[in-house]
Write a protein that binds this ligand. Structure first.
Ligand SMILES: Nc1ncnc2c1ncn2[C@@H]1O[C@H](COP(=O)(O)OP(=O)(O)OP(=O)(O)O)[C@@H](O)[C@H]1O
Length: 248
């Protein structure tokens, strides 16, 4: 079976520190897959290797069965692998509608700054409106992004990543800083993305992970320590011990 995303014996060393240690991970197509682990376990390093921000010391990365280990970061996006980025200064002054129309225009090769022609393109307006609806941003469509509540800004970041039509979406703590009562809403919307979009999530909040994921990989000291269903991982005594140890 071809997996959406796979690593084979992936390692990353920073001098003598092994941040990613021989990780062989398989993410099924359409999965809602969470990567968890205590602080410093290597979660962000692994995401940076997957997106091409970092180059591995050894091992391979495969996207839908094709080796992308040496593919530059921006080409990986073109191949269907996206991650969220914090809204930059430019987007902060746009409304969510404008930002999404620019992102869709960029995907369609219409040039990211050609705002005027985009505003007459009904297909782009309709797609942006449907993304605003899916991400519950319709009531904020004409508010400059920088004035939106934090939870809405994080939703817009995910909507912007989805506008690139990724087949695999990587999310590094998408609900970080979002008020407690809105965190489940953010992850609920991500969980409800179309079934053909595979999602890999890093998240510290176990309640969120358990309600979001269908499969969980636990990283410890750079290595893949356990992998299983929510049921298996949430009841695993060794996983519990690691988290209780961290709390202590
Ligand atoms: N660029 C770097 N240079 C040197 N060491 C690094 C670098 N990036 C990460 N590390 C180290 O690699 C290890 C793994 O870090 P990483 O940030 O991937 O962990 P994490 O699981 O995402 O942690 P957290 O949950 O705290 O964000 C840590 O010991 C960290 O100090």
């Amino acid at each position: 079976m071809t997996h959406a995303l796979e690593t084979r014996n992936l390692s990353k060393r920073f001098g003598s520190l092994v941040a990613t240690n021989d990780v062989s991970l398989s993410v099924a197509k359409g999965a809602r897959h969470a990567l968890i682990g205590p602080n410093g376990a290597g979660k962000t390093t692994l995401i940076n290797l997957l997106t091409g921000v970092l180059t591995p010391s050894s091992g391979q990365i495969l996207l839908e069965g094709e080796d992308i280990t040496a593919t530059p970061a921006h080409h990986r996006v073109g191949r269907g692998l996206s991650r969220t980025f914090q809204i930059n200064q430019l987007f902060a002054d746009f409304t969510p509608l404008e930002a999404l129309m620019l992102a869709i225009g960029e995907r369609e090769g219409q040039g990211s700054m050609a705002w005027k022609p985009l505003s007459k393109n009904h297909a782009i307006i309709d797609e942006a409106a449907s993304l605003l609806d899916r991400f519950r941003l319709t009531d904020a469509l004409s508010t400059p992004t920088k004035l939106l509540p934090y939870g809405k800004q994080r939703l817009l970041e995910i909507a912007l990543a989805i506008a690139a039509r990724p087949r695999v979406l990587l999310l590094d703590e998408p609900a970080a800083g979002v008020p407690e009562e809105e965190r489940h809403e953010v992850l609920g919307i991500v969980r409800a993305l179309p079934a053909d979009v595979t999602v890999v999530l890093i998240e510290h909040d176990m309640d969120l992970v358990f309600s979001f994921a269908d499969r969980i990989s636990v990283l410890v000291a750079g290595g893949l320590f356990k992998e299983g269903t929510v049921e298996e991982i949430s009841h695993d005594p060794q996983v519990k011990a690691i988290y209780l140890g961290e709390d202590a």
